[in-house]
Design a protein around this ligand. Sequence first.
Ligand SMILES: [Fe+2]
Length: 422
Amino acid sequence: MTSYDYQEALKHAARTMVRVKNPRRLLKMIVRFIVREVNLTHASIMMYDPLKSRYIFVDSQGKLRIPVGLVKLDHGNALIDWFSHGERRLKLKRDYLVLSELSSWITDPEIVDRRAALKTCLTQLKVVMETLKAAVCVPGFYKEDLLGVLLLGHKLNGKPFSAEEISFFQTLANDASMTIKTAEYREDILAKNVELEKQKQELERRLQEIAALRKKEQETYYQIVMSLAQEVNAKDPYTAGHLKGVERLGLMTAQEMGYDLTGHKKDVLVASLHLHDVGKIGIPDHILLKPASLNDEEWKIMRQHPLKGAKILEPLTGFKEVANVVLHHHENYDGTGYPSGLRSDEIPLEARIVAVVDSFHAIISKRCYSKGKPIEAAFQELERCSGTQFDPKVVQAFIRAYKRTYANGKYKGESETRSTAA
Ligand SMILES: [Fe+2]
């Protein structure tokens, strides 16, 4: 084989290696390639098996091939030890072993004189190579790790290996080591990706479970809150139908104002109209149901209900806007309301609507201590407080919508009674 042939053979081998994804198959291809291109008694490769912590033969071809699977070398073997640590002992950098050179080293006084241990080591090496019928051994490294050893038997023509041939085997061994490590790395990454994908699916499944539980929890809590609102309503025997009436009037007013009555916005408004007084569940009955005007101290307690209502709604993650409306449904347009003293557009529109329809209901409703006023009187009261307590736009929209809606009939709520609009 000429110099040109080796270069071409290496190029061909390199191209083949790139295509081969299976490391074991790659090693077999290399062994067959060497036996075919160079006439040898055998070509063999042993590789480190991390599971067995030994170097085992993965393939051997040729007339004097080594039985694969029978020969295993551990870290204490002279050959493995040499390629792992030999350079330091000999203080000569040798990346391969040639049997004929070993023999000359053993008898070279420059190398082995005064170093009996080295002579013993080299002798053991020679025995191993002779046992394995190897003329040349070439290690394959990845970084500092000895991945495997390429063993080459004697040339059939009896000639020694040239430096060029050994260089060829070295390049082949190094390229194969890199290819194997890359393939292993790729397999490792693939395995990790599969594991990651499994973990991701498991995580998604658990998240879905948690989301379902959370949804269920939220639905349950919402039912509880609605029950509380009903309970507040039911406490006062004069408030039957109040929530339905407030919802109807509120939606009517919002529509008149061009409020978006689809989807989420409508949900917020309806929930606000129903839940604005839910905080009254936390007000003692002797204040809530007092059949007379409240004194200063009682008013102070009664005025806590917007804040209590917002607190009740706090755990409902989808009810942040509703909680904000509940908190501010007793703000006045001129900033004199409670709890925050917001004014004008600072007050959520839904809260300004709740304020008007809730007060209207209070004015027209009959209580045990006061008689409900006629509709016209209620309109006059709303207009009197327009710009101070109420948003003028909401008042006007409410009256317009009310008159148009009930022009030909009596509003059902007119006959209804309700509790104090605190
Ligand atoms: Fe209220």
